[in-house]
Design a protein around this ligand. Structure first.
Ligand code: NDP
Length: 294
């Protein structure tokens, strides 16, 4: 058997086209384009690349993209002052602070400083709490993208056994909450889980977000299951250059799974598209307009 591919590029492109169409309508009502600002502290090349691609995607969706690049030695006080300014800026609907931050800055304090109404990453404890209690909220992009992909494979997720490996605040935990909201039966596994392989084998849908290259093997998968690989790992390739691989051993797992997401070209594509969705939702909600039809 060979798994069908859940192609992140195609699904994300569809979503981005819908966002662009809705952005035109919302821009007309606001009298300006919805605006997303990215704040980058330091010069980590991966973070720079992410911010650049998010900015490009924002503009392609017909929204305004702003950027603040701060030096590596920026103090927490200065970063918090910038966030306060952006919170008060009416042209800014979404604020994205690229993580990780340099060690002199307390990440939790920065996340809490962002106005929850502009928290397009969905990391603010108020948005996390709303998600957990079933209230409308801004939801982190990566788990939102995972759910959209899972629904492409299954339609409804109700009653399915879903296993999430990883319990971070940005992926595993919000993903588990979203799955509960979809009426899946959810197990969350992590580094202390006993007999992880057997836990994974129970899954109708397996989500893996651990940051360990090709960790999940073919004999961990129930035949026909859907496998959604969130991991992004850089490893040396045969040609000596770095290549990207997921947390799942793609070649062997795709022989057992029913559906699978590739890396690259899978969940990563959805993360950016969902950030755009959140920016549009934030712009509409701030102006008390009807939520966009996405
Ligand atoms: P974190 O490091 O914050 O969390 C990793 C989680 O994996 C932890 O809960 C940890 O368990 C668990 N874990 C680690 N090792 C094992 C193991 N051997 N067995 C079982 N569980 C394990 O990572 P993130 O959630 O931020 O990211 C996970 C991966 O997803 C990374 O590769 C990252 O690059 C990628 N990612 C991809 C995105 C995308 O757009 N596609 C976006 C965000 C992340 P414990 O809690 O017990 O320590």
């Amino acid at each position: 058997m060979s798994a069908k591919i859940l192609d992140g590029k195609t699904i994300a492109d569809e979503l981005r086209a819908k966002v662009a169409a809705e952005a035109v309508k919302i821009s007309a009502k606001l009298g300006r384009k919805p605006g997303l600002v990215a704040v980058l502290v330091g010069d980590d090349p991966a973070s720079q690349a992410y911010v650049k691609s998010k900015g490009k995607a924002t503009e392609e969706a017909g929204m305004a993209s702003f950027e603040h690049r701060l030096p590596e030695n920026t103090s927490e006080k200065d970063l918090l002052a910038l966030i306060a300014k952006l919170n008060a800026d009416d042209a800014v609907d979404g604020i994205l602070v690229q993580l990780p931050l340099p060690k002199q800055i307390n990440t939790a304090r920065v996340i809490e400083a962002v106005d929850p109404a502009k928290d397009v990453d969905g990391f603010h404890p108020m948005n996390a709490g709303k998600l957990a209690t079933g209230l409308p909220s801004l939801v982190p992009g990566t788990p939102l993208g995972c759910i959209i992909m899972a629904k492409k494979a299954h339609g409804s997720l109700a009653g399915l056994d879903a296993v999430v490996v990883g319990r971070s605040n940005i992926v595993g935990k919000p993903l588990a909450q979203l799955l509960i909201a979809e009426s899946a039966t959810v197990t969350v596994a992590h580094s202390k889980t006993k007999d992880l392989k057997e836990v994974c084998r129970r899954a109708d849908i397996l989500f893996v977000a651990i940051g360990k290259p090709e960790f999940v093997k073919a004999d961990w998968i129930k035949p026909g299951a859907t496998v959604i690989d969130v991991g992004i790992n850089r490893v040396p390739g045969a040609d000596g250059k770095n290549k990207l691989v997921g947390d799942v051993a793609y070649q062997e797992v795709s022989k057992v799974a029913g559906w699978i997401t590739p890396v690259p070209g899978g969940v990563g594509r959805m993360t950016v598209a969902c950030l755009l969705v959140n920016t549009l939702r934030a712009a509409a909600a701030r102006a008390e307009l009807q939520a966009p039809n996405l």
